[in-house]
Design a protein. Structure first.
Length: 236
């Protein structure tokens, strides 16, 4: 695992060989996580030709600060968040610019054309909205023939604030869309999932729902099934 810094930090898991990078996964963590910890889960899908990139949310904070009742923690546990509702539009624009910069830099570092590399956008929980908005609004990705070959949300659904007909026409229809949900996830409930399905069905976007036994967390076996030991096209 290699640490990099660009405005905020990001981490990468490079392929285990010296061959060319053919597929780039950009994976965004959830609320209250750190990219370095989050990326460890993706050791399960390291494969020849696959580069995995975990940017970190632009806002870091203490998880164990004051509890609102006058009790104070040790201020040792640090976490990150992608955004809050404060100055929301500006934060979303900052996210897109930051993720564009990370994607461009990591592609240059590995001698990959950012306009041609196979791209998988993966988001867990809060990161699912971040990835979806990046795919939708990125000036860099808009120059690609396909903004992303795959769009995977885990523990969440695609962001509700997309212009759905426009998104379908410009990129969603061309991406393989998967929604991964734990059977015991308290946040992505069946009702929440059903609401998103009504929207996706209504605009005619094809998608797959992948379920596993578990809660609001990544699950190694399911992650391997979703990714494939070596994804289609990685070695082609």
């Amino acid at each position: 695992m290699t640490k990099h810094t660009l405005t905020a930090r990001y981490y990468t898991l490079p392929p285990p060989d010296e061959g060319p990078v053919r597929e780039v996964w950009v994976v965004c963590h959830g609320y209250g996580q750190l990219a370095s910890h989050f990326l460890r889960h993706f050791q399960a899908i390291v494969a020849p030709g696959r580069l995995i990139v975990a940017p970190e949310g632009l806002s870091r904070f203490y998880l164990d600060g004051a509890d609102g009742q006058g009790n104070h923690g040790t201020y040792q546990r640090i976490a990150a968040s992608w955004m809050t509702r404060d100055d929301r539009d500006a934060e979303i624009a900052d996210q897109a610019a930051y993720l564009d910069a990370v994607f461009a830099e990591v592609c240059a570092r590995h001698d990959v054309d950012p306009k041609a590399a196979r791209l998988v956008g993966f988001g867990f929980s809060q990161g699912a909205a971040t990835i979806g908005r990046w795919l939708d609004r990125s000036p860099l990705l808009a120059e690609r023939s396909h903004r992303a070959q795959r769009f995977i949300t885990w523990g969440n659904v695609p962001p509700h604030d997309l212009d759905w007909p426009e998104a379908r026409a410009t990129w969603l229809d061309a991406a393989d869309v998967q929604i991964v949900v734990g059977a015991e996830d308290p946040f992505l409930t069946p009702e929440h999932l059903a609401q998103a399905q009504v929207v996706l069905d209504g605009i005619g976007v094809a998608y797959e729902v992948v379920c596993f036994d578990g809660g609001h967390r990544l699950h190694a076996e399911t992650l391997r099934e979703v990714a494939g030991a070596v994804a289609d096209g990685v070695r082609s």
